[in-house]
Design a protein. Sequence first.
Length: 86
Amino acid sequence: MARSEGSRINVTLDAEHAQRLKRMAEQAHTGEGTLARSLLSRAIDEAEIDGRTMVEILNGIPGATGRLERARQESARGEGIPLDEL
């Protein structure tokens, strides 16, 4: 069976969500990574995000505003990496 290529990402969960994922994986007799991948894929498939919803999601990320401002300052100083070099 051929395996399709995908993108690898790392996700960090807070302690509560990590514990919930662990319990769910144990109940499903599967690995945490397998279950997390399935849950994330399903959530992405079901998500219909408009501009307003996207702003709400981004504003809900702890520390996002500070990191964005720091990134703007670094970019203004020429410390960024052009996208085509990533």
